[in-house]
Design a protein around this ligand. Structure first.
Ligand SMILES: N[C@@H](CCC(=O)N[C@@H](CS)C(=O)NCC(=O)O)C(=O)O
Length: 206
């Protein structure tokens, strides 16, 4: 049986999408959550001096969260059924990455830059992104299914995983995004394996 190990800090961050994929696939893995103080010891063991890192069968090491997500999604059948669907999965993943980069400006940096970033984020950036995602979702089956094809893919998981980071911001009116709201329910509640993971996953700061 294939052995998987995921190395990251004790947080959701860039590792959480891989954890959702493991959960959705019902695949066992070792979820190594290192302490900050242990990072200098682990860092030289990673391909690029960064985490997350996935190790397969104690031998194959992969860094870069999206490369890890694509690898697992393909193995577990969440990357679409042909290259068109795979390409669309990749498009949605890259869109979520663009959104993450903007969101992170509100989280990291000095107070002044975070405040300025938050004003822009809550002022227009976040909702403009969500409007585009709502349109993207609506382009497939009237938005009543998933981002790609007929079944849940890494695209849906990537979107829901990222938006969980800021889903509860009081300035966010989910009512403006009915298709995305329903998608989040389909992924996080109707998918029992993901729902199980969400019910038991550690509560962490980030
Ligand atoms: N583009 C990379 C970014 C990875 C990254 O920035 N990882 C951070 C943790 S979230 C890290 O390893 N920081 C420690 C360091 O760079 O020494 C990815 O998506 O995996």
């Amino acid at each position: 049986m294939t052995k998987y190990q995921l190395l990251y800090f004790d947080g959701r961050g860039l590792a959480e999408l891989a954890r959702w994929l493991f959960a959705a696939a019902g695949q066992q893995y070792e979820d190594v959550r290192m302490k900050r103080d242990d990072w200098p010891k682990y860092k030289p063991t990673t391909p690029f001096g960064q985490v997350p890192m996935l190790t397969v069968d104690d031998d194959f090491k992969l860094s870069q969260s999206l490369a890890i997500a694509r690898f697992l999604a393909k193995r577990f059948g969440f990357m679409g059924k042909d290259e068109f669907e795979e390409a669309r999965c990749n498009m949605v993943l890259e869109c979520t990455e663009d959104m993450r980069k903007l969101y992170l400006k509100t989280v990291f940096g000095d107070d002044a830059s975070k405040t300025a970033a938050m004003e822009k984020w809550e002022g227009s950036e976040r909702d403009e992104f969500l409007e585009k995602f709502e349109r993207l979702l609506s382009a497939n089956k009237n938005g009543d299914g998933f981002f790609v094809g007929d079944e849940i893919t890494v695209a849906d998981m990537g979107f829901c995983c990222l938006t969980d980071s800021f889903a509860s911001q009081s300035s966010l009116d989910w009512g403006k995004f009915p298709k995305l709201t329903a998608l989040r329910d389909r992924v996080k509640k109707d998918n029992t394996k993901i729902a199980e993971w969400l019910a038991k996953c550690p509560i962490t700061q980030f």
